[in-house]
Design a protein around this ligand. Structure first.
Ligand SMILES: *Cc1c(COP(=O)(O)O)cnc(C)c1O
Length: 423
């Protein structure tokens, strides 16, 4: 019982589709997913003993790479003290302090257990605080799978070729307006909040055009709507202060996840004390969680945030910028056209048979992502030991554990893979 196929058969019998999150299935690329036994740094090893250089990195949750010694030691120590209590613990205060001290304007956070919970709660808070109903989101931005935000959601929804999700009622999305990314919508005073990925990273990578976030800020201010930055991917990766620091635009509410849990389940939403005071027990907006602020997760999160310096992130960004250029040149040199837009340490990969312009919204990203080339490239890379995400709408996650040599090897593998795609 140690082949990928055997595990996946067993999984499919007891787990729908064999996966606990649809993006992990190989639905859009074809084939049988590898079942992982372990990970170390930039690498993962499947149950058959095959080792892959991993650019999935839990979709951004492992900034330090897998099984980092510091995280392991922190978790071992924390576990001996108990794993959950249902009472305040120092760990949640330490993580909240670690976050608020690094992000300008972020005065308070409430910890939850996933990014989905963070966005769902932030939307409820924004509605409760403003006493308005309408939410504006952007086509192709993914904000987790809560009903009100699961329209035009990019990522897994787009990968499955679904227009949206069954089971989401018309009522649940009646107050959600979808606008094209990179165009500032004209708002009115029915709008409670505008939620945006400051760098769109769930429709492959789409960078905000100059002025987009700034003008969104002004438009929200004009009508008294709250601006929500979904920094679940950008937070503590783009810069220590996240997208707020990187772009110099300050939202009213932030959502975090992924990096802040150090590889354990955590999310957080936050903002000014004035807005956050609307939350129970201080205010009328109810929000809760049995495992919120979990001692193991907060310990891992604090360890990671304290370990990573601004220099580390600057070096990572530079490394990714060079990697993006080299990868693009290698693939294009082999006769396939590639675009590898990057914003700091975030990097996308679009493949095309002829030159295309960098997409600036979902409609443009979709044309390239649906051209069928990615699935071939994905398998050509995987067969050479490099694991990209099994979907054209995902980005590449380069961790702090990826060495220059790892990246160089990826570039040379990509050149061969591109030739395979064309043959
Ligand atoms: C992953 C993601 C979420 C959802 O986080 P989960 O922990 O998977 O619920 C929300 N927003 C963005 C931008 C994400 O990338």
């Amino acid at each position: 019982m140690s082949s990928n196929a055997a595990w996946f058969d067993r999984a499919q019998a007891v787990i729908p589709g064999g996966v606990d999150s649809p993006v992990r299935s190989f639905r859009s690329v074809g084939g049988t997913p590898y079942t992982l036994a372990s990970g170390e740094g930039a690498y993962v090893t499947d149950v058959e003993g095959t080792r892959y250089l991993d650019y999935v990195q839990s979709y951004g949750a492992s900034l330090l790479g897998h099984a980092h010694p510091l995280v392991i030691k922190t978790l071992q120590e924390a576990a001996t003290r108990g794993t959950t209590f249902g009472a305040p613990t120092p760990g949640e205060v330490l993580l909240a302090e670690a976050m608020t001290s690094r992000v300008r304007g972020l005065e308070q956070v409430r910890l939850v257990s996933s990014g989905t919970e963070a966005t769902m709660s932030a939307v409820r808070l924004a509605r409760g605080f403003t006493r308005r109903d309408t939410i504006v989101k952007f086509d192709g931005c993914y904000h987790g799978h809560c009903d009100a935000l699961l329209v035009a959601g990019g990522s897994g929804v787009a990968q499955m070729g679904l227009p949206g999700s069954a089971g989401v009622t018309e009522g649940a999305v009646r107050d959600t307006i979808v606008a094209p990314y990179n165009e500032v919508p004209t708002l009115d005073d029915s709008v409670a909040a505008v939620i945006v990925e400051p760098v769109a990273a769930n429709m492959n990578l789409v960078a905000p055009l100059p002025g987009f976030l700034e003008h969104l800020r002004l438009e929200c201010d004009r009508v008294g709507a709250l601006l929500i930055f979904d920094e679940v991917i950008t937070g503590f990766r783009l810069a220590q202060g996240g997208a707020e620091e990187y772009f110099g635009v300050t939202p009213d509410l932030w959502c975090f996840g992924k990096v802040i849990g150090g590889g354990l389940p955590v999310g957080a939403f936050g903002g000014s004390q004035r807005v956050l005071s609307s939350l129970a027990p201080l205010g009328p907006v109810y929000q809760a969680g049995t495992l919120s602020g979990n001692p193991l997760a907060t310990a891992a999160g604090v360890a990671v945030l304290d370990h990573v310096t601004p220099d580390d992130l600057a070096i990572l960004a530079e490394r990714v910028t060079n990697f993006a250029r080299d990868l693009r040149e290698a693939v294009t040199g082999a006769g396939l056209f590639a675009l590898t837009p990057n914003v700091g340490a975030l990097m996308g990969l679009y493949l095309a048979s002829e030159e295309v312009r960098a997409p600036s919204n979902f409609a443009e990203a979709k044309v390239v992502c649906e051209n069928g080339l990615y699935r071939k490239f994905f398998h050509a890379m995987l067969s050479r030991g490099v694991a990209l995400a099994p979907g054209a709408y995902e980005i590449l996650f380069v961790s702090l554990a990826h060495t220059k040599e790892d990246l160089e090897r990826t570039v040379s593998v990509a050149s061969d893979a591109a030739k395979d795609v064309l043959s």
